[in-house]
Design a protein around this ligand. Structure first.
Ligand SMILES: Nc1ncnc2c1ncn2[C@@H]1O[C@H](COP(=O)(O)OP(=O)(O)O)[C@@H](O)[C@H]1O
Ligand code: SF4
Ligand SMILES: [Mg+2]
Length: 319
């Protein structure tokens, strides 16, 4: 049994046009110390999967169900209160997409890191600030920066602060939602190096969310490729990157520009589907150059070999 197992996770949002099927039967596993990438175009349901795991749902939820088993405990059986008291931030924490721009402008950044220690652990302010200093060191910031305000820090430094915030209660799992997409390329590389260092040093499990499959392959042990609210391919980073099976993954990889070489980056034809009315059968069908008769039915998630899955009729499966 894996450390974390998500099964048949569903999160639909209520809208005037009908339910948005943002997370539609998503399943994956995560082992201790492992980094799993969730990769796919904007709007495919990556952030929704993350907030479903954190149970930080917006008000307009239409449907939320499935199993999330952490170390043998089904988190979906916990009440909101139990989840808040025992799991959120303490066992699973998250760096939100764009979090570095949501730091409170009128509070010192160290205090924003230290605050949960005072609230959840009953620490005195001095002790909590000391711990914030240690965390700053760990994320590569000078300890005396705890006394600075957000506007006194660069983008990369603010991103280090929000990473420190996610680590403050020693979680076993950290979800990072597009942690570098708002940063310049050189700063992005520094943050990736920091995450790799933390992964090694703290042996935490990470879920690394990005639209950039090349970036994911840099840090992830395994990658799940999402399309239209579903995981369509899952496997080791190496396998998914070097031997992609799903036609969507193949297009995604072919669209990555290469530094050298003669290949012109490809575009994925068509547009991502509307998740209120996704295409019947395989959701990639309208954009897939391999589509054939069976693709009008929903393909099964086929296990090609241990831990290597693809949701596509090209690889067999009963209809
Ligand atoms: N609160 C919401 N209400 C309605 N639709 C939403 C809400 N949040 C996200 N969506 C929609 O759900 C889909 C998945 O969004 P999201 O999870 O943010 O994707 P990603 O993180 O992969 O870009 C998108 O179509 C998005 O517009
Ligand atoms: S199931 Fe059919 S339409 Fe879908 S990706 Fe495979 S070949 Fe293409
Ligand atoms: Mg997102």
């Amino acid at each position: 049994m894996s450390f974390l197992e998500a099964e048949n996770l569903i999160l639909y949002y209520k809208t005037l046009r009908g339910p948005v099927r943002a997370v539609d039967n998503v399943g994956f596993t995560l082992n201790r110390g492992e980094t799993l990438g969730l990769v796919g175009e904007s709007g495919c349901g990556k952030s929704s999967t993350a907030i479903a795991l954190m149970r930080l749902l917006p008000r307009n939820v239409e449907r939320f169900e499935g199993k999330v088993i952490l170390d043998g405990l089904n988190l979906m059986d916990l009440s909101d209160e139990e989840f808040r008291g025992k799991v959120r931030w303490k066992r699973i924490s998250m760096v939100f997409q764009g979090a570095m721009n949501s730091l409170n402008p009128v509070l010192r950044v160290g205090f924003q890191v230290a605050e949960p220690l005072m609230i959840h652990k009953g620490m005195k302010k001095r002790e909590a600030m000391k711990r914030a200093e240690d965390l700053f060191k760990m994320v590569g910031l000078p300890p005396d920066f705890v006394y600075r305000y957000p506007h006194e820090l660069s983008g990369g430094m603010k991103q280090r602060v929000v990473i420190a915030m996610a680590l403050v209660l020693n979680p076993e799992i950290v979800i990072l939602d597009e942690p570098t997409s708002a940063l310049d390329v050189s700063i992005q590389a520094q943050i990736m190096n920091l995450l790799k260092k933390l992964k090694k040093k703290l042996n935490i499990s990470m879920i690394f969310i990005t639209h950039d499959i090349a970036l994911a392959s840099d840090i992830c042990d395994r990658i799940g490729v999402m399309y239209a609210g579903q995981i369509v391919e899952l496997g080791s980073s190496e396998d998914v990157l070097l031997n992609p099976k799903h036609p969507y993954t193949q297009k995604l990889i072919a669209s990555v520009p290469l530094l050298r070489g003669d290949r012109v980056p490809e575009f994925i034809p068509g547009a991502p589907p509307d998740l209120v009315n996704p295409p019947a059968g395989c959701r990639f069908r309208p954009r897939c150059s391999h589509a054939f008769g069976k693709c009008g039915l929903e393909p099964p998630f086929i296990e090609l070999e241990e831990g290597r899955f693809v949701k596509c009729w090209l690889y067999g499966g009963e209809d």
